[in-house]
Design a protein around this ligand. Sequence first.
Ligand SMILES: [Zn+2]
Length: 175
Amino acid sequence: MRVYEISAQNRIMSVSENWDGFALANTGEGALSATVRGRPIWDFVGGLETRSYLNALFFAARRHRARVAVRYRGDGPTERRVYQLQIEPQGEEDLRLLHIPLDIARRFCRAPSAEELARLSCCSQCLRWGRGAAWDDSDLFHGHAPGKVDFAICPACRIAAQRAIDQALSSRQVH
Ligand SMILES: [Zn+2]
């Protein structure tokens, strides 16, 4: 499990001790704890849709002072990984973000072709590929893409996020 805390201005304040091991194995030296600390979390989130998606979850956690939890996929080249992102309010406006592994399985994947890249978007949360209303689980792996991936949030993940926000609203602590 990886844990970090972000300030009211969404800057990364602290990261868990196992952070660097994960960064080296998955995202590289650019994401080491010494590098990420103090920087806006948005420096590490690609795509406008994903940023506004996460921003809505952060807003709900702060506004309702309640935990907000959503599932997402964080696959590696040979692994299908399902995580829960748990957002917990801390102090006045800070947030604690926990990435909890739920399920890890072996996975065989391939690079999307240039034609697929041009035609499809990849949901940054569930890693399905599609466009419009049609999104499919596939063997495409964004990490092997030969060009820029158009990351988006698919309709199912939007609905799940809204449900998580509604749950936070109904479970909020009353002082
Ligand atoms: Zn999705």
